[in-house]
Ligand binder design. Structure first.
Ligand code: AMP
Length: 393
């Protein structure tokens, strides 16, 4: 009987899962899926590795399954799937590991308590990430669990890249640049040598363009700078997040609009970005298909912000050998990639339009000094690999 590893990615309204089976040195996907709308109108769906539907269920509007109820349903579904395998561990995505967790770690009650202390650093993600860990520790105490962190990959950033220009005492209290999307970047770093050995050994700028978005500068496949900072709000414009904003705006909103921290949090995390500027949608597909001038404005601003950050990261690196696109928009939108590469022509990148239209992986011309790639990310596989390694299974 083969060993299996369950990967969980729990957010505020959904739990995503993937089940991997360990065969020799490989981890093969068995099935994946999610329960969405867990506090509003839950919907469960699971597919096998080939994308064939395995199971589906909807609960009525107003049903509050919550994280516990969603996890219970998921475990019930997996009971059938796991008849053929032995579940040896669960790997979790945890957004914040702060300074202490530079590597994935096997969790127990004590570590969960320490991770809960980081909730103020990521109030919209961390509590939900920890919810299924707590439940499983209580209900299945013998099942080993591993926490993997979105911040760990960036701990290789040089000290200057981690510092804000604020009094040292605040820096020492943990108000620093951490960076996020680390599991995605780590996966890209792990496969980059297969695509471009020169880029893997040299300087690359990787764009994780999904619903959340960031860019990371790689030197020899290690993170040396990121557009994200203390929180996942910093940097690029995102689906509903503002990205970088003059901190003076926040003071102004407090003084002149009477907004408190919660109101500003809602504004910057949920009502800004592509959604806020377009007034139409946070979904890039909808904006690219829309004739609304504000939809075009949102896409133009999204690209302008990338253009600016490209210069910033190129400056941090002192040169660029490769540009890599990943995540929902980066992997699927030839139109966005084409415009980003046109904006980055000054760096010496020449696109191959036909290859880009087909989705790559190589999307730069043979003569391009800087290579460009579209490489699918796989955060779940990265989590499963870590979990297997930490547990030695
Ligand atoms: P992710 O968070 O990585 O799942 O990415 C989600 C984002 O990818 C959403 O904003 C989608 O609009 C976007 N996306 C997915 N497919 C496409 C596509 N073909 N063109 C543009 N955007 C896409």
């Amino acid at each position: 009987m083969h060993n299996a590893i369950l990967v969980l990615n729990a957010g505020s309204s959904s739990i995503k899962f993937s089940l991997f089976v360990a065969r020799d040195h490989e981890l093969d996907l068995d099935c994946r899926g999610q329960i969405e709308g867990i506090y509003t109108a839950p919907r469960f769906s699971a597919k096998d590795a080939a994308g064939k539907r395995l199971s589906e269920r909807s609960w009525g509007e107003g049903t509050k399954l919550g994280h516990d109820g969603a996890l219970a349903h998921l475990l019930e579904f997996l009971h059938g799937e796991l008849a053929e395998y032995r579940l040896v561990g669960v790997g979790h995505r945890v957004v914040h590991g702060a300074l202490e967790y530079t590597q994935p770690v096997r969790v127990d009650q004590e570590i969960v308590a320490k991770l809960a202390k980081l909730i103020p650093l990521a109030p919209l993600h961390q509590p939900h990430n920890l919810a299924p860990i707590r439940t499983l520790l209580e209900r299945m105490p013998d099942l080993p669990q591993v926490a993997t962190f979105d911040t760990s990959f960036h701990r290789t950033n040089p000290p200057l890249a981690q510092r804000f220009a604020i009094p040292v005492e605040l820096h020492d209290a943990g108000i620093q640049r951490y960076g996020f999307h680390g599991l995605s970047y780590e996966y890209v770093a792990s496969v980059l040598p297969q695509y471009d050995a020169r880029a893997a050994a040299g300087k690359a700028i990787v764009l994780h363009l999904g619903n959340g978005a960031s860019m990371c500068a790689f030197e020899a496949s290690r993170s040396v700078a990121s557009t994200m900072g203390f929180t996942a709000l910093e940097g690029l414009m995102m689906g509903t997040r503002s990205g970088a904003i003059d901190p003076g705006v926040l003071i102004y909103l407090m003084d002149e609009r009477g907004m408190d921290a919660r109101a500003i949090e809602k504004l910057l995390y949920n009502q800004s970005g592509l959604l806020g500027v377009s007034g139409v949608s946070s979904d890039m597909r909808a904006l690219l298909a829309s004739d609304e001038p504000r939809a075009r404005l949102a896409v133009d601003l999204y690209l302008y912000r990338i253009r600016r950050e490209m210069g910033s990261l190129a400056g941090a690196l002192g040169g660029v050998d490769a540009i890599v696109f990943t995540a929902g928009i980066g992997e699927n939108s030839a139109a966005i990639r084409e415009r980003v590469l046109a904006d980055a022509a000054w760096l010496g990148v020449r696109p191959n339009k036909a290859a880009n239209a087909k989705g790559g992986p190589r999307i730069s011309a043979a003569t391009s000094r800087v290579s460009a790639w579209a490489i699918p990310t796989n955060e779940e596989l990265m989590i499963a690999r870590h979990t297997r390694r930490i547990l030695g299974v």
